[in-house]
Design a binder for this molecule. Structure first.
Ligand code: NAD
Length: 255
């Protein structure tokens, strides 16, 4: 029997307590990885840990606010202390923006959106990369969005953060390309998660409205993003770095 493709690898996933992060953590574990779960929501994270354990993998669930440098440093340190290495990071935690035209976005809202959705990835990579270098290299995937490649009315702060993530990803990829660390971004379309439920209002009309943006006529499943993250993180994606992979059912193709 062939070894699972992530056997012996340690993967650090943020925003692991729900949606895309949870599905990706489970997918990594199902393919042999040891998974470190970092989320501000302890109960969601514990539920993910329970689901990951069902795959027999080793798991460590940590309460971590990705806007806190100290908490990120502590989480990365704990992961390395517990498992001896760090090979993979999926920096995915994020929050949505309630629709508002630019003038109606408060300065606090702007700061919060950029903090959670962009500065967090800078902080995560700042402390993950030294650990990966000690492990002989690694792979990082940051969660951008379709909103990282197009403008969207009423979403200036979210769109700015998600565009910024792609620039951050490309530049960091170049900084570490020669040292065995690949850095990519994933840009999901409309994905069926608690965040999308909140954004659409969760009503039949709200769901229809967001599905209306999808040429394929449905929302994506978190597992359909997880499979792309796993490809980017695996040896199959070994020549991919600085790439922003759009997985969006065609949402941004015709724009
Ligand atoms: P979700 O709300 O279901 O999950 C987000 C997770 O991030 C939650 O578990 C939450 O507790 C965690 N989180 C939020 N703030 C945090 C913080 N400060 N520190 C640590 N954890 C924090 O959302 P999702 O739909 O799974 O979204 C995951 C990522 O995908 C986000 O970055 C989002 O912007 C992006 N995205 C989502 C969609 C979509 O349609 N759902 C589309 C494109 C991009």
């Amino acid at each position: 029997m062939t070894e699972p493709r992530f056997a012996g690898k340690v993967a650090f996933v943020t925003g692991s307590g729900s949606g895309i992060g949870r599905a990706t953590a489970i997918a990594f574990a199902a393919e042999g990885a040891t998974v470190v779960l970092a989320d501000i929501d302890t109960s969601g994270n514990e539920e993910t840990a329970r689901l990951v354990s069902g795959h027999g993998g080793k798991v460590l669930a940590l309460k971590c606010d990705v806007t806190s440098s100290q908490e990120i440093q502590a989480a990365v340190e704990q992961a390395v202390q517990e498992f001896g290495r760090l090979d993979i990071a999926f920096n995915n935690a994020g929050i949505e923006q309630p629709p508002a035209a630019l003038v109606d976005i408060s300065e606090d809202q702007w700061a919060r959106l950029l903090d959670v959705n962009l500065r967090s990835a800078f902080l995560c990579m700042k402390y993950q990369i030294p650990a990966m270098l000690k492990s002989g290299g690694g792979s990082i995937v940051n969660t951008s969005s379709g909103a990282g490649v197009i403008g969207i009315s009423g979403q200036a702060a979210y769109v700015a953060a998600k565009h910024g993530l792609i620039g951050l990803t490309k530049s960091t990829a170049l900084d570490y390309a020669s040292q065995g660390i690949r850095v990519n971004a994933i840009c999901p379309g409309i994905i069926e998660t608690p965040m999308m439920d909140r954004f659409s209002g969760g009503t039949p009309e709200g769901r229809e409205r967001v599905i209306g943006q999808e040429p394929v006529g449905r929302m994506g499943k978190p597992e359909e993003i997880a499979s792309a993250v796993l490809w980017l993180s695996s040896d199959l994606g070994s020549f991919a770095t600085g790439h922003a992979m759009v997985i969006d059912g065609g949402q941004t193709v015709g724009i």
